[in-house]
Design a protein around this ligand. Sequence first.
Ligand code: PMP
Length: 387
Amino acid sequence: MRSLNNKTVYLDHFASTPCDERVVHAMLPYFVEEFANPSSFTHAPGISALRTVESSREKIANALGMKSREIVFTGGATESNNLAILGLATKAIRRHIVTSNIEHKSVLGPIDHLERNGFRVTRLTVNSKGELDLDRYIEAIDDDTLLVSIQSANNEIGTIQDINTLVKIAHERGALFHCDAVQAFGKVRFDFSNVDLLSLSGHKIYGPKGIGLLALKGGPDKMAISSICFGGGQESGLRPGTLNVPLIVGFAYAAQLAIEQLDSIGTIEAIRDRFERMLVAMVPDVKLNGNPLNRLPGGSSITFDGIEAESLLANLPEFALSTGSACSGGAVTPSHVLEAIGLGRNESFGTLRVCFGRGNSMEDAERLAEKLVDSVHRIRKLNEILN
Ligand code: PMP
């Protein structure tokens, strides 16, 4: 599971994870043998497909500590985030939304869209560790606030937010709380029971891509939310379209495995910590981003003074790494998250993201640290000669 091929060590697990082989095996029968449409109630294979979907729904609801009827399957967390935000806005009387400026673009995008269409938006800033200021958060929510959307953990710097406290404050003012829990689920133990809307994605938890969910407290019927896509009655009419049975089976199994394996996350954390300790000890002028006391295990965001991360990548072809969020991979603008925590343009371009996962070993961490130390020294020496 560890290598993309014999040469590449995959260290980009916040962008995507390999699908667990057990998950792949669980999905296989639903492509060829049990392929019927779960909306085909007129025959046994269709009814059997529906049963499979419903037992998967139950499995994933159990993994989340929720009820089956609260789960709506989507095509991934980008869709879940759009559905939560745009779907609530359609039926709302309140016209104000609160979010943070380090949210994923799939949260910020639909909120920008609502702002262009008359909603008032408060985008809270964060400190250099990526933490929200609680006083400013309290001030931001008023009687017109429809929704607060705050992520459980950041996909670039790993900072974890105190979701339970934030939910409580939002509820005191009658606002709903949406949480993009894509990065936290399966990495840290979380109690999501008070969150009104929750987004998850399959491919961040060693499941398949193109599948996600939106969990709605009490179920879709209990919430004033509208579909953003029309033409079918599936998923209580909230997400019309033929259900993707194999991906639903895989997603549910991956979620179950993620919960079962939570205790072993300490191994991944120890690998990340070893890597960071070696790097910091051997390379001057490096900075670790995120909240050192409360961040996701496995991830490391490192800023190298005076070095472009792209140059480092060119020196490390045997490692699959990222220079920022993979979702903005093609763009040449600095990451909005790094900007939000106060990094200048050059610092952002000098930042590397390393994300260890289930298939990595201590040896991977040590090899990467050694190679990075060597590359940084060489590039800095070259820069000295050229300048
Ligand atoms: N939110 C966060 C925090 C993410 O990291 C991602 C994936 N990069 C998404 C949402 C979007 O998920 P998906 O790829 O399932 O659309």
